[in-house]
Write a protein that binds this ligand. Structure first.
Ligand code: ADP
Ligand code: MG
Length: 263
């Protein structure tokens, strides 16, 4: 069963074509990889799916329903959650509070209830807090709920961000470079964690990842973007050995080299 699909998606920024007739499908309960050199359009695709950007052309379906044109809030409600390339936590809120923020699409209580402290609101809050603590424990942060997000080590902040995404009860989770900036040990932990998201919680994963080792280790299928164009698709092994892919990565590195030398 196909959970998410995009057809002929085009996203332009002025004269730049960030996504160029992109066709893409994510099978339910898969760990799906999206890779490509810097600036190839990966994050732009996440932004189009989640309603942060509006594609100029094409369509995107989730469970067979068109979602392009919906607001981010509605997309979340339908069951798609995401994390960001650069961690976006509320640094001065506790770990638990960060997760509670992620729950808001499902809370029944209204601002009137909050104002008058109605029984529904109090019960809602108790249930939400219990669920948040359960999530916290599940991501390995048991007992750390009262710590400020900014005081957690980097790897734990990454997992907290995922816990917050899980709070909206997604069936599809988009992870934007979750292992960026991680050391090898944290990277292996994150790989196991992503596998558990799928195996234990049944969540479909769409993963943007720059480390080929991670892609080879956990993805069922991988798509490669280069300058907004899909240049390869297949098993991680097939993609890894594809001459076009190697060229795109080497080309990107060659293009980047003079700039690095200058800096
Ligand atoms: P990736 O995630 O693959 O590194 P992005 O999707 O972030 O790449 O960016 C793809 C291209 O689109 C880049 O050239 C980037 O500069 C451009 N881009 C992304 N977002 C915007 C924006 N909001 N305004 C202008 N250009 C953008
Ligand atoms: Mg990106």
């Amino acid at each position: 069963m196909i959970l998410l699909s995009s057809r002929d998606l085009i996203k332009r920024f002025g004269g730049l074509v960030a996504l160029d007739r992109f066709n893409f499908e994510v099978e339910a309960r898969s760990i799906r990889g999206l890779i490509g050199p810097n600036g190839s359009g990966k994050t732009t695709y996440f932004n189009c799916v989640t309603g942060f950007y509006r594609a100029d052309e094409g369509e995107t379906l989730f469970r067979g329903t068109r979602i392009d044109g919906l607001t981010p809030d509605l997309v979340t409600k339908l069951g798609i959650a995401r994390t960001y390339q650069n961690i976006r936590l509320f640094a001065n809120m506790t770990a638990l509070e960060n997760i509670l923020v992620g729950m808001h699409p499902h809370l029944k209580s209204t601002w009137i209830g909050a104002l008058f402290g109605t029984a529904t609101t109090r019960r809602d809050e108790e249930e939400a807090t219990a669920a948040a603590r359960e999530l916290l424990a599940w991501v390995g942060l048991k007992g750390k709920g009262d710590l400020l997000a900014k005081n957690l080590p980097y790897g734990e902040q990454r997992r907290l961000e995922i816990a917050r995404a899980l709070a909206s009860r997604p069936s599809l989770l988009l992870l934007d470079e979750p292992t960026a900036g991680m050391n090898p040990r944290e990277t292996v932990e994150m790989m196991n964690f992503i596998r558990a998201l799928r195996d234990d919680r049944g969540i479909t994963i769409l993963l943007i990842e720059h480390q080929m080792r991670v892609v080879l280790g956990i993805c069922d299928r991988v798509t490669v973007l280069d300058h907004g164009v899909k240049i390869a698709e297949g098993t991680p092994r097939e993609v890894h050995d594809d001459a076009k892919v190697i060229e795109a990565y080497l080309g990107a590195r060659r293009a980047a080299a003079p700039a690095t030398a200058k800096a």
